[in-house]
Design a protein around this ligand. Structure first.
Ligand SMILES: [Cu+2]
Length: 122
């Protein structure tokens, strides 16, 4: 095998592994699948409240837009996961299955920031 072929193959494999990990680490939960013990975050007055959360592995967070302007939840780090644009009163829920730190913003308002710390299940 030529060196160039090996290099492009390893780049491809690394990208594939990343995508698989991202899909496993954060799942978008359908509205009818949101558990009763989901943790609520309000999007209000151009802020995520609470902005910083510590949760246990496997927990679901449900964001609800309390503002008149549309917002979303865009997890930037360590993987990119974009929730739907939320109109007033609409929600999006994400399940965090892998311990780590997840930083997110609202795409139209990047000054809106939040962080989720996912602890291993005890
Ligand atoms: Cu916003």
């Amino acid at each position: 095998m030529k060196l160039r072929t090996i290099l492009s193959l390893s780049v491809f494999l690394a990208a594939t592994a990343n995508a698989a990990l991202a899909a496993d680490a954060i799942e978008i939960v359908k509205p009818d699948g949101v558990p009763a013990d989901a943790i609520s975050v309000d999007i209000a007055k151009m802020k995520f409240a609470p902005g910083n959360l510590e949760i246990e592995q496997g927990a679901v967070i449900k964001w609800t837009n309390r503002d008149a302007v549309p917002h979303n939840v865009f997890v930037q780090e360590p993987f990119e996961v974009v929730g739907d644009m939320l109109r007033a009163g609409q929600s999006v829920a994400l399940k965090f299955t892998t311990p780590g730190e997840y930083s997110y913003i609202c795409t139209p308002h990047p000054f809106m920031k939040g962080k989720i710390t996912v602890k291993p299940k005890s």
